[in-house]
Write a protein that binds this ligand. Structure first.
Ligand code: SF4
Length: 227
């Protein structure tokens, strides 16, 4: 087991950055240089807020919304009942954590389903068009693995899978109200994979800057500029 830098902290999106480019990750964690980002759209955050409130109305009634209740994938599942605890886990400051060897993995959940005695991490996603299962796995496998790991670290058993619920605009209806298509994607989770990624990412911050990717246009541009 590697020795982690004291105060090493990372979120699932930080681990995604690590998977995407260890050098960009190293620059952010070690040097505090973040990737440049464009204007961040506020629509996904607004969608998350209203969808959480919508699901909370069904949590209070101990039922699933009818559009999920009717689907085979959700048979036998219910919403996590402890709303107060869920609210803490939804907040970045009081969210889920996993500690190992001086390092901390942290994250905030959207929601939680329950299958028998086991929990199922549940996250809402907003996208311009329906997704493919391949893309859902590519972008969100790490997030669901990490949620499963952090739930287990909090003493909850997990079911070995999570759900993403995609909302994509379908058409503008009466009075300009936009109708959304919903698309659930079930993804198997693996807490050992999350631990391994967490350890690898911590180890990278202990060493020198990793090499830049040969295919990255930004680093290639910088290299040309230097020459
Ligand atoms: S290769 Fe691209 S993604 Fe990696 S460090 Fe350079 S700019 Fe960042």
């Amino acid at each position: 087991m590697n020795t982690m830098t004291r105060n090493y902290q990372v979120s699932p999106s930080g681990l995604n950055l690590f998977k995407d480019c260890p050098r960009c990750f190293w620059l952010e964690k070690v040097r505090g240089i973040k990737r440049p980002r464009g204007i961040f759209p506020s629509l996904p955050g607004g969608m998350d807020r209203v969808i959480k409130l919508y699901f909370d109305t069904f949590r209070a009634k101990a039922s699933l919304p009818p559009e999920l209740h009717a689907r085979d994938e959700f048979r036998g599942l219910r919403l996590y009942e402890d709303h107060a605890r869920l609210e803490r886990w939804r907040n970045w400051r009081t969210g889920l954590e996993y500690f190992e060897n001086g390092g901390r993995l942290f994250g905030a959940l959207d929601d939680l389903l329950v299958a028998g005695e086991a929990c199922v991490p549940f996250d809402y996603k907003t996208k311009g068009s329906p997704t493919s299962e391949e893309d859902a796995v590519r972008y969100y496998q790490t997030q669901l693995d990490c949620y499963a790991l952090m739930l287990e670290a909090n003493g909850l058993k997990t079911a070995g899978y999570g759900f993403l619920l995609y909302y994509s605009p379908k058409e503008a209806g009466e009075n300009g109200n936009v109708l959304f298509e919903i698309q659930p994607v079930r993804i198997a989770t693996d807490i050992e994979r999350a631990k391994s990624l967490f350890r690898q990412s911590a180890a990278v911050t202990e060493g020198p800057a990793p090499k830049a990717s040969a295919n990255c246009e930004y680093c290639n541009w910088l290299e040309k500029f230097r020459k």
